[in-house]
Design a protein around this ligand. Sequence first.
Ligand code: ACO
Length: 326
Amino acid sequence: MTGKICGTGSFAPSFTMDNHDIAKLVETSDEWIQERTGVVRRHIIREETTVSMAAEAGKRALDNAGMSAKEIDLILVSTISSNVVLPCAACEVQKELGAVHATCFDLSAACTGFVLAYNTAMAYLASGVYQNALIIGSESLSNLTNWEDRGTCILFGDGAGAAVVRACDQKAYIPVTHSDGARGAALSCTSRYDKSGLAGNVDPQEWMEDRYLMQMDGRAVFKFAVKSVPQAVEELLEKNQVEKEEIAWYILHQANRRIVESVAKRLGESIEKFPMNLQEYGNTSSASIPILLDEMNRKGLLKRGQKIVLAGFGAGLTWGASLLEW
Ligand code: ACO
C-alpha cells in the first residue's frame, strides 16, 4: 500500500513586487537580482493570510482531484509563517473547507516542509491509518522578511500549493531525509513571543527589530544546498534501485536559479528536467514545490507513470528527496 497524487492546486496573491520595486527599498538592481538569483518578481500578501491561501490552494486541489472535502481524513499544513499560533493552520483550513472527518496538524521544516509533509502522509496511507490526505505548503514570508536587508529581501515571496494524496496499491518508494541542527544558525528567525531572555518582553516599537526577522548566511546556505541536494538525490535513486534515465522531472525547492543549475550539473542531468518558476514567485519556502507541481500538472506536462523526484532544502538545516510515480 502507498499513496498517489490525484489532484493539485495553488494560490498566489495578486499583488506583485518586481525587482525595480525592491530597488526602491534597498541598494540593488534588477540586473543583479536576476543574475544572482533568477528572480524577476514575487507575489506579496495584502488581504490574504497563510491560512486563507492554504485553504484556497486546498480547495483547488480537491476540485482538481474531483473529490469532496468530506472524503479527506488527514490535512497537513507545512508552514513557518502562519498567521495563527493556535489553533493550527491545518485546523483552520479544515474549518474553511468543511473537511469534518479530517485529522489536522501542522509541520515546520521550512523549505523541506512539503517533502516531509508528503512523506508523513505517505507513511500514514501505507500503514492504512488514513485513506485520503490533503497536504499543503503555505507561506507569508513577507511578514518575516527584513525589507532593509538586501541579502534576503530580494529572495522571498508568498503563496500556497497543495496536493491530494490517495491510498493505492502500487510500489512504494523509500524517501531520503536528513537534518543537521548544529548548522541551524545559517538561517534563523527568533519568535516574537520568546520571553526566554533572548528576546525579552516585546515592545511593539521593537516589532520590526532584526532579530524577529529572517537572518541568513547566504553563502553558507548556497554551499550547503549545492552539495547536499545532489547527494540526497543520488542516495534516493540508489536506495530505490532507480536509474537517472528513468526520471522524467526533478522538482526542486525554488530558492535560486544558480542552485538548481548547479544541482543539475552535479547530477550530470539535463537542465530541461529541472522546471523552474522562481522567476515569478521568488522563494516561497514550503509552498514552492507544490506550486510548481500544480503549474506543471495544469499545463499537462505530467504524464501518468512518469517518475518524479521532489527535493527540498533549507532552515534547520533540513534536506531530503522523495520519489513518486505520477
Ligand atoms: N544587490 C546588490 N549587491 C548585493 C546584494 C544585492 N541584493 N546582496 C549582496 N550584494 C553584494 C554583497 O555586498 C557583496 O559585495 P562585496 O563583494 O563588495 O562584499 C557581493 O554582492 C556578493 O555578495 P554575496 O553574498 O557573496 O552574493 P552571492 O552571489 O552569494 O548571492 C545570495 C547572494 C543570492 C543570497 C546567494 O548567496 C544565495 O542565493 N544563497 C542561498 C540562499 C537561499 O537559497 N536561501 C533560502 C534557503 S530556503 C529556506 O529555508 C528559507
